[in-house]
Design a protein. Structure first.
Length: 293
């Protein structure tokens, strides 16, 4: 017989269960089914088997999206990690107006993706933008950032520095959890700040670095807003990220079957990347009281 506490438990989670089934599980299973069909919203889905998946191997725009996303990930994720950790180390020290700097560095990450993209549209404007103006002050003629196939993706990578404050907060919490007696012992041994950073700080916060790395990879594989607002995937598909191409197929060309297949391939790619990171992290990540998983 079900206890009274269990009945209350099921009663209170019932709305969540309904929401999970209707708004999460059903769309997931539907997209899996649609990925094996030819579906354009207007006509009923037509079963085509693996045709959508095999089509990707011959789709040049698919490979362009994969290439742009991989380049963006490889360049932006390490940059964000290093910058976030650098800011965290700085504001963790005893400096004047420490709380002000923490707030100032974190505040930009609170701005929505659309507002941020509109702001950076002005920053990267080749005629009146602040980026080229600042380069001109030191005698460098800035490029046509968003109009250039060679520089558009680089501009997107530079934009990622804007959100380093969010990672800074997580790193700051990790740094404050490192036992102070380790630093005191290292100072007695004559260790320099660089040696303490390399031998104490980084190993102690390595699980947080791993977490930030995985979340950064997941986020970078889903980048969409910047390309949608700023470049529409151009110029010449230079910033046509994977998710932007997925959106085009699903909501611009109404190829829902192919878009669903792209979504499931994206899931597989993210899972593979996460597995590889976890696999190779065992040698470098140190967990308190054990080796972790």
């Amino acid at each position: 017989m079900v206890s009274r506490e269990a009945r209350y438990f099921y009663f209170f989670i019932f709305p969540w269960l309904i929401g999970a089934l209707v708004f999460m599980l059903y769309p997931i299973l539907s997209s899996l089914y649609f990925s094996f069909t030819e579906y354009d919203i207007i006509h009923p889905p037509k079963w085509v088997g693996l045709q959508n998946y095999t089509k990707m191997f011959h789709d040049e725009l698919f490979w362009r999206g994969v290439k742009a996303t991989l380049i963006f990930t490889v360049c932006s994720v390490p940059l964000q990690l290093v910058l976030s950790l650098f800011f965290a180390v700085l504001v963790n020290r005893k400096i004047p107006f420490k709380r002000f700097f923490r707030t100032a560095l974190y505040f930009p990450s609170m701005i929505s993706g659309v507002a941020m993209s509109l702001l950076w549209l002005w920053v990267f404007n080749s005629q009146t933008g602040m980026m080229n103006y600042m380069l001109g002050l030191i005698g460098i003629q800035g490029p046509s950032w968003l109009e250039s196939e060679q520089w558009a993706l680089a501009a997107m990578v530079i934009m990622t520095m804007w959100g380093a404050g969010a990672g800074m907060i997580i790193f700051l919490a990790a740094l404050q959890g490192v036992p102070t007696y380790l630093y005191e012992a290292a100072k007695l041994e004559g260790a320099s700040r660089w040696q303490m950073l390399r031998s104490i700080t980084l190993p102690a916060i390595s699980p947080i670095i791993l977490f930030q790395l995985i979340m950064g990879i997941n986020d970078s594989f889903q980048v969409f807003t910047q390309a949608f607002v700023m470049t529409k995937g151009g110029p010449h598909y230079a910033t046509q990220f994977y998710v932007f191409y997925l959106w085009q197929n699903g909501f611009k060309f109404f190829k829902m079957g192919y878009a669903s297949a792209l979504a499931w391939v994206l899931l597989i790619l993210v899972m593979v990347m996460t597995y590889l990171v976890m696999k190779f992290s065992k040698r470098y990540v140190h967990y308190e009281g054990g080796d972790g998983v």
